[in-house]
Design a protein around this ligand. Structure first.
Ligand code: F3S
Length: 400
């Protein structure tokens, strides 16, 4: 990989060990992927925030790096943490865990990363523009900004994203290159996808059956942000690459900078129903979770309407970015949710908070939440619409 004179100096340690470590990571990554050079980026989103996943080894690694005076040189935010950073008691988190989690956040803030912990930075002021190069980590966010906005990022790991934040550059390979953003297959949807669950199911079907293939999807006339978030989260979770195109909807398809492939695969109602069946497994439900990816203001508004004048009878968490929650609070959206007994949890989600042994069955509207709750927290999972999840939460003696 060709380095500039300045980059070589950083690699030689002339600007201190913190920057040197960051450059070493980027150069190693560039060599693995045959990148020819480093390329400037506009923003970073860093994964590897939950103490539940990092443990003491990860925390010490971050603290050491922070103590080497490494500082972010471009705007950077964080992925969800292992708890609501302010109301962690509300989630049943132990003091010991909370202290360790705060230490992780402290190490990141010491490095100049904003302690906004969310998988939807694009909803709280860090929205890249079309064609802009960034280095983001969280898979749903990476897929959303690549596909819907037409920004350019690979799916970074935690250390490589942090290294990019410090250097302000990323190796130039993969989805940064126009030729790698071309679709590999044409997919015609022969059914009307009604809600986010069906978009989630489409992502599951595509990811599972066509891993590594970038789809060019036709047959979708309209899709709300909520549905596109759901598709972005599930396709990449179940094996697909972090990029898809939808005719007349996603940025590069609209601008016609990608070419529609010829060979066509069909997806019909049967495929979507089968996907939903496969995502589900049965068993009693004791946790309802909405907000994967983190709820937008519109999604919170819908949930508030559904919960108005009702009481939940099961533990119910609605996850969102803290800034989205603050905006919603200002508009009076949070009160009806909390009055129902449901909890609005910020900064975190079911995939990264310690739930193992505390809950057994999850109801959610997200295929991605099912995947990680099963894997990380050993929950069995039911996927259903937002309306269905709220019904389960508010019905007494529900036998799900
Ligand atoms: Fe976000 Fe967690 Fe889902 S990071 S996309 S809410 S699994």
């Amino acid at each position: 990989m060709q380095l500039t004179h300045e980059e070589q100096n950083v690699l030689n340690g002339e600007e201190g060990p913190g920057k040197q470590k960051a450059m070493e990571i980027l150069v190693a990554l560039g060599k693995i992927y045959n990148a020819t050079r480093l390329f400037p980026i506009k923003s970073v989103q860093v994964a590897g925030v939950s103490y539940n996943n990092l443990g003491d080894a990860g925390l010490e690694f971050l603290q050491q790096w922070a103590n080497q005076n490494a500082k972010a040189s471009v705007p950077a935010m964080l992925n969800p943490a292992g708890m609501d950073l302010k109301n962690w008691q509300n989630q049943g988190i132990t003091k010991q865990f909370a202290e360790k989690q705060q230490d992780v956040i402290h190490a990141y803030t010491q490095m100049g990363i904003k302690p906004d912990c969310t998988c939807t930075p694009y909803l709280i002021g860090m929205q890249p523009e079309y064609g802009q190069h960034v280095a983001w980590s969280e898979s749903s966010a990476v897929t959303y900004i690549n596909s819907i906005i037409g920004a350019r990022t690979n799916r970074e790991g935690g250390p490589s994203a942090l290294a990019s934040a410090i250097i302000g550059k990323t190796p130039y390979y993969g989805l940064h290159l126009q030729e790698n953003r071309q679709p590999d297959m044409l997919v015609k949807i022969k059914t009307d996808l009604k809600n986010s669950v069906e978009f989630s199911a489409l992502g599951y079907h595509l990811g599972k059956n066509y891993p590594e293939k970038i789809p060019y999807i036709t047959g979708i006339k309209h899709a709300t942000q909520s549905k596109l978030k759901a598709l972005s989260a599930s396709i990449v979770t179940y094996g697909g690459p972090p990029l898809f195109h939808i005719e007349n909807i996603t940025a590069e398809a609209k601008k016609k900078t990608v070419k529609k492939p010829e060979k066509q695969n069909m997806i019909d109602e049967k495929d979507i129903k089968k996907a939903i069946q496969e995502i589900n497994d049965s068993g009693p439900i004791d946790l309802i979770f909405l907000g994967c990816p983190h709820c937008s203001l519109e999604e919170l508004e819908k949930i508030a309407l559904l919960l108005k004048n009702k009481k939940v009878h099961k533990e119910t968490w609605i996850a969102t970015a803290r800034k989205t929650m603050e905006r919603a609070k200002h508009k009076g959206i949070i009160k009806p949710i909390e009055t129902s007994g449901a909890k609005v949890v910020c900064d975190t989600c079911v995939a990264v908070t310690p739930l193992k042994g505390r809950f057994h069955g999850l109801a959610t509207n997200s295929a991605k939440a099912c995947y990680y709750s099963r894997g990380t927290n050993a929950l069995h999972c039911m996927i259903g619409s937002t309306e269905k999840c709220i019904k389960i939460a508010t019905e007494e003696n529900n036998e799900c």
